[in-house]
Design a protein around this ligand. Sequence first.
Ligand SMILES: CC(C)(COP(=O)(O)OP(=O)(O)OC[C@H]1O[C@@H](n2cnc3c(N)ncnc32)[C@H](O)[C@@H]1OP(=O)(O)O)[C@@H](O)C(=O)NCCC(=O)NCCS
Length: 327
Amino acid sequence: MEIVGVGEQGLFRATYAVIQAATRREFPSAIPLDEAWRLVESPPAEYRFSCLAAVDDDEVVGGAWLTWSLAENRQLLVAELGVEAGRRRQGVGSALLDAVKAAGLADGRNALLCETFSPYGDGPGAGAAFAEARGFTQQYAALHQVLDFPVAGLAEKAAEIAPHHRDYSLATWPDGCPEEYVEQYCGLLSLIDDEVPLDDLEIEAKRWTPERLRSVEARRRTAGHLTSTTVAIAPDGILAGYTELTGKPQQPNRLDQHDTLVRPEHRGHRLGLALKIANLQALHARTAGPATIHTTNAAANAPMIAVNTQLGFRPVEHQHLWVATLD
Ligand SMILES: CC(C)(COP(=O)(O)OP(=O)(O)OC[C@H]1O[C@@H](n2cnc3c(N)ncnc32)[C@H](O)[C@@H]1OP(=O)(O)O)[C@@H](O)C(=O)NCCC(=O)NCCS
């Protein structure tokens, strides 16, 4: 068996399919194959993507999908490893890991991050056992929750909490951020990594500029992604919070609830729940569904998980992030 860098599309497709199958769960989060290849070929400015294959007798038996951040977190390499179910416990994962580490070191990276998943209520699985055996430290625990779309009872919930945030207005946009909010919206986006609980994980916060925002929006438009963003506006015109939800044409039954943030000085007005409800209501007007909405939050983020539970989200999975030092 040998580990090879994946350069051409045929080998990429075979390898990525093995990684997808190996990491398949009830609600897999892997990037769809065509989108992954597009990311390898023409990545956004802030990232590079690559793939390694474990090949035995011309057959791909495992692979690693690598994400190299180029803007912030330049010390970090993120890897997703997968080995064919029938080929496990034969050292394939370890061989891939050695090659990933060597690639990271050669690029000047000093930390390797991997994620593992297990069904809600279950103990750790093969990924966690492998990570522990290979010297990773668990640094972050999260909870994955889902909700069926369309969502029932939103108007009633909105009416119930409206008195708590009557001084704020809510605005929703379906695609690009209106020019008048761009600077402020980038400020909000840049706050999120500093504001969410990250347990022991040490990562550099993403810094958003209008150029970065516009380029992400353009990529989403080109790929046909669905986006809905809602912001809360304080009486003095300050953007007090936001929430964002996306969908991909390749996965019509899936919607992803991304970050939700309320500035610390504007908390206590039920804005977190109000933002999510307004965003979902706007989406009801645009999308027929049905779909499943996914969201993942730090297990320690009790306020956000409580908001999700009030909306009807149910827990399905634990996620853990593991970090190994490269030296
Ligand atoms: C995790 C994964 C990549 C490991 O691949 P693998 O080829 O089986 O790994 P290796 O054979 O190199 O295992 C190395 C060591 O990890 C530990 N290990 C791996 N799988 C294990 C399991 N199911 N239970 C207990 N220990 C395990 C063992 O110590 C093993 O050494 P040993 O077989 O000599 O006891 C594979 O199980 C997989 O694809 N899982 C699904 C995807 C995933 O969780 N990826 C995240 C990886 S961080």
